[in-house]
Design a protein around this ligand. Sequence first.
Ligand code: SF4
Ligand code: SF4
Length: 64
Amino acid sequence: MSSIPSWDEIGCIRCVACVGSCPVGSIRFSNNRIIFLGETCTGCGLCVRICPVGALSRKGDDDE
Ligand code: SF4
Ligand code: SF4
């Protein structure tokens, strides 16, 4: 569960690049929000790397 990235809703520009980047389809865009489907996320970090504004981060990288 801790492998699900964190989403910064203030910094996110809603480009939806992360949704297409996820190899297992764990990211959805709904009601102007990015939603992670935690059951399928492998924590690969692709979405974190593709976000152009750094609005996604891996939880394990800083605290927790
Ligand atoms: S790639 Fe980054 S800016 Fe684009 S929708 Fe995803 S979180 Fe938001
Ligand atoms: S970390 Fe990987 S598997 Fe999880 S949501 Fe991001 S791209 Fe998808």
